[in-house]
Write a protein that binds this ligand. Structure first.
Ligand code: UDP
Length: 378
């Protein structure tokens, strides 16, 4: 901390506050960033191992259809042409993802879209017209075989619940295509920043004072150094869980450096059976077409969230959504009733807004905040 006072105190150094920091500095404001980890960048932070950018908090593949967001990120860094095409490994059988003609051909030997549609139709016996959970939604979209081999095991491992107890929207993230197209995303723009995500992060925070290794919630008096606080941590923890705890899913990563050039031939391989304890293996070099002599792989194990662990996914089911609304109302109340000497507190990002945001949606949300706060630039 270099100054006595700042215009903004940014609590959490992930993408949301990185975007806010950039616009605040551009508008001539001062910012202090406090981050409890020992580095900036939140979950997009990468670690360099043998010249490979290791996505330390899980694979981050940038994709968006929002031109403004795409132009914004490209103004800091060039993106490569990486296209996510994961493969699914079901007990040694390999299928292309997302669900497309290559998947259908491997599953049933069908060749034309009409044959594939007919096959899926015949498998929709249990389908309901208005799916109320993930199982019903999945069967409606792709039928029983694909649901059983490629969805059920993976999803139940990831969320630690039965598919019939999960919200349908989760599976709507995945495209179903009657073309031979293995691109996981439907978005117009996609890629990985050349040089890694840290390049963008460092540029966005330029001009801010930063305090890493500092947990704002244990140093709340810090809020008095600023006129406004942007808090991107968990909203329930901010209020000391006064209304109850929100649910999250966590992850555990097991990373290995291997003395070989190419372990699995693809950046992402999903293990979709129930028995394999991890959901996927990431081979980081393939995000950037790396030619290093060694390789780094990460096995991703889903984990029940317990206090003190990292929160990766909000569980946006109805009870949790209701609880979040209570916290949101509490935040509004707090800001309305604050004393003149107290800063306004804005909640943003995946944890502050309790939303299963992709990176581009976090950036869009931050940009929209900045438009109001600083006036739109670009
Ligand atoms: N999914 C699946 N099988 C797969 C990959 C994904 O059933 O091989 C489903 C699963 O329900 C998961 C959702 O799609 O929760 C979203 O997966 P994605 O990998 O896009 O989530 P991420 O962890 O990358 O946000």
């Amino acid at each position: 901390m270099i100054r006595d006072r700042y215009d903004y105190l940014l609590c959490g150094a992930g993408l949301y506050n990185a975007v806010v920091a950039y616009h605040a500095i551009k508008a001539g404001k001062t910012c202090l960033v406090v981050e409890k980890r020992d580095h900036l960048g939140g979950n997009v932070y990468c670690e360099d191992v043998e010249g490979i950018h290791v996505h330390k908090y899980g694979a981050h593949i940038f994709h968006t259809s929002d031109e403004r967001v795409w132009n914004f990120v490209n103004s800091f860094c060039e993106f490569n042409r990486y296209t996510n095409s994961p493969v699914a490994n079901y007990k040694g059988e390999i299928y292309n993802m997302p669900f497309n003609m290559n998947t259908f051909n491997k599953m049933w030997g069908v060749v034309t879209p009409a044959e594939a549609k007919e096959k899926i139709d015949s498998q929709r016996a249990k389908a309901v017209s208005e799916p109320s959970n993930l199982e019903e939604q999945a069967i409606k979209l792709v039928g029983e075989d694909i649901y059983k081999k490629l969805i059920k095991g993976y999803t139940e491992k990831q969320w630690g619940r039965d598919c019939s107890e999960l919200p349908a929207f989760i599976i709507k993230r995945l495209p179903v295509r009657y073309t031979y197209d293995n691109n996981y995303f439907n978005d117009r723009f996609q890629g990985i920043p050349i040089g890694g995500y840290n390049v963008i992060i460092d540029r966005l925070f330029e001009g801010c004072d930063t305090m890493c290794g500092c947990d704002f919630l244990k140093n709340r008096e810090l809020m008095h150094v600023a006129d406004k606080v942007v808090y991107t941590g968990a909203i329930d923890e901010f209020f000391d869980y006064s209304e109850g705890e929100l649910s999250y899913r966590s992850l555990r990563f097991e990373t290995e450096l291997l003395d070989m050039e190419n372990y699995q031939g693809n950046a992402v391989v999903n293990y979709t059976d129930r028995e394999t304890p991890y959901t996927r293996i990431i081979e980081h070099k393939h995000f950037e077409f790396g030619t290093q002599p060694k390789t780094v792989i990460t096995r991703e194990y889903p984990a029940d969230y317990k206090r003190g662990m990292e929160r990766y996914y909000p569980v946006n089911d109805e009870p949790n959504q209701k609880l979040f609304e209570k916290y949101k109302a509490k935040a509004e109340e707090m800001n309305k009733n604050r004393k003149d000497s107290e800063p306004e507190i804005i909640f943003g990002g995946r944890l502050g807004e309790y939303k299963y945001y992709d990176m581009d949606k976090v950036i869009a949300s931050a940009l929209s905040f900045c438009d109001t706060e600083f006036g739109r630039i670009g």
